[in-house]
Design a protein around this ligand. Sequence first.
Ligand code: DC
Length: 237
Amino acid sequence: MSDSIYRAQGLVITIDGPAAAGKGTLCKALAKHYRMKYLDTGTLYRTLAYQLKTQGYVADDAAAGQRIAATMVDHYDFRHVGNNQFGVFWDDEDITHHIRSENMGGLASTIAPITEVRDAVVAFTREYVQRWQARTGVVVDGQDGGTVVCPDAAVKIFIDASAEERARRRHLDMQARGRDDSFEDILAAIKGRDQRDRNRPVGPLVAAEDALVVDTTQVDAAGVFELATQRVEASFS
Ligand code: DC
């Protein structure tokens, strides 16, 4: 093993799973622990949905989606903003708050099946992984990381939890941020998103055959982190 502070140089970890399963929490913890680069691919679909909306297009405009996706490399940035928090920027404007709503998650899920949009996002993600893999290693947060984007990743983890448990967590999270969406509305939105994400014809949300599948309904964040690091450590030997 090298003496570098970047122990995970060369390593790609894919963390896939449905909305509110705890992917972000696990990815951030792994990226911090191993000093790896982190990319949340959900923010790419969310950013595209937001750009389509603010530029006045309907969400299913494939041509506009493809056009905007192709320019993402010049405008989009995902970066650490301190305190283990990550921000999403478009031309240096912080759009994190705009894209994080459940509404934008739903819109992202609606545009995600458009082949042209997916192709552009997958290409963007692969370039990003290529740029950082040898330097620091990369943690990719998404839904098709282990199956489509990085099928050769050495560590693949799929995390899941019941829709009710995920809605409960999202509800608490929103309350903490001062929002008063009802539990029932959040549960319905999560179920709708699951249905679309698991059944889209391209890059559906599914665990790769060689992924470690963790049901986080009964396991807390520390327990999931422990299981994930065991996998990562095993990949070093
Ligand atoms: O992970 P998230 O909640 O930020 O993702 C928002 C939506 O984006 C998700 O419901 C479907 C889409 N998505 C996708 O199709 N493929 C990915 N790799 C990541 C997200």
